[in-house]
Design a protein around this ligand. Structure first.
Ligand SMILES: *Cc1c(COP(=O)(O)O)cnc(C)c1O
Length: 351
């Protein structure tokens, strides 16, 4: 599909300082926009990044009918922009839409729209390993009625942000035994704003106690491990990589899937299974807890330094001795900048 482009007369690109890009601060010049009305998507266009007015009784403000995705475009060899398995994000976006009772975006148009904005904003993609143009598809209700029912109108936007290497220092975790991120049957599998809103208060309490992120447990027994912060979680115990199996409350991370497939490819044993905090305590005491790391699009891999559970602080091996986390990071970043050959057909060039 072709997208009409409405030009900006104030491009920011020329004066943009690529040597210092704080995460999440700067957007590029343009965004894709479409509106949903009369049961269909209309008015597809690319226009300058800007605000849209919203009435106080808008369904998004009152009832949080809103979803998003997060993905990255990078420069491969010969500076060709590359997308990393965008179909996973597109499918997940539409699953989130279903759960939040919102209209789906047709997959082919969605992919065309991502390609169009990345192509137009190619010069916004920072060069260098680990750097990227972060792509944020977003949909929100624009309905203007206080009734508790799905909105009849929506806006779909894809905006982009240049991002530097996200150096994640090893994180100190604390298990959360009062608050719950998501429950089976809830909205934990959807990438929806409400999940994030609900996590802010427990996250603030954890930070006040000196921790970086929360190790989320399944309520209300608080034994089964779900995720860490806003990432999926892997442990390596005795050479075997394990990650919580999808339960309906765990976000279906694309990096989680990539990690599983990469490790299996490289001959590692990977298990998706229920993991209880007791399993981790046992491995820690038996000296077989070798690695723990979060995975997600932003930082790719975030090593865990310590896990505090009640009175016990488990200190994990030095990050220099984390071969599996390093392998995953190097493979994914290598694919993204073309240093690693794409034998799996994951990378989609934007030409
Ligand atoms: C987005 C997200 C992840 C990571 O998903 P990726 O597709 O790997 O970026 C994990 N957990 C939560 C709660 C998320 O919102």
């Amino acid at each position: 599909m072709e997208f009409k482009v409405i030009k900006t007369d104030q491009p920011k690109l020329e004066n943009f300082d690529f040597s210092d890009i704080p995460f999440g601060k700067y957007t590029s010049d343009y965004m894709v926009v479409a509106e949903y009305e009369n049961n269909q998507w209309n008015n597809w266009r690319i226009m300058p990044y800007q605000a849209f007015p919203m009435l106080p009784k808008c369904t998004t403000i009152q009832y949080a009918q809103t979803i998003f995705e997060g993905m990255k475009a990078t420069l491969g060899k010969n500076d060709t922009p590359l997308l990393f398995r965008p179909e996973l994000n597109i499918k997940r976006f539409n699953l989130s839409a279903q759960r939040m009772c919102m209209p789906e975006v047709p997959e082919a148009i969605f992919l065309d729209a991502i390609k169009a904005i990345v192509k137009l904003e190619k010069d916004w993609i920072p060069k260098g390993k680990g750097k990227s143009l972060y792509v944020r598809p977003t949909m929100y209700a624009t309905g203007d009625s206080l009734g508790v029912k799905p909105s009849e109108t929506y806006r779909f936007i894809i905006f982009t942000m240049p991002s530097d290497v996200y150096y994640a220092n090893p994180v100190h975790l604390v298990t959360e035994q009062k608050y719950i991120r998501a429950v089976k049957g809830g909205t934990g599998e959807a990438k929806t704003g409400g999940n994030y809103a609900a996590s802010l208060f427990p996250d603030k309490l954890a930070k006040q106690k000196g921790f970086d992120q929360i190790l989320w447990l399944e309520g209300d027994a608080f034994q089964k491990i779900q995720e860490v912060g806003t990432m999926n979680l892997f442990f390596v115990i005795d050479g075997v990589a394990i990650t919580p199996k999808l339960s309906g409350a765990i976000l279906r991370g694309t990096t989680r899937l990539n990690t599983i497939e990469i490790l299996q490819d490289k001959g590692y044993q990977v298990e998706e299974r229920d993991i209880f905090i007791q399993d981790i305590l046992d491995a820690y005491h038996a000296n077989t807890l070798q690695e723990a790391f979060g995975v997600g699009t932003a930082a790719v891999v975030t090593n865990v330094a310590t896990i505090t559970h009640g009175d016990l602080k488990m200190v994990l091996p030095d990050v220099e001795n984390r071969p599996i986390a390093s392998l995953v990071y190097d493979e994914i970043e290598g694919l993204r900048n073309g240093d690693v050959e794409d034998t799996r057909g994951w990378m989609i060039p934007v030409e």
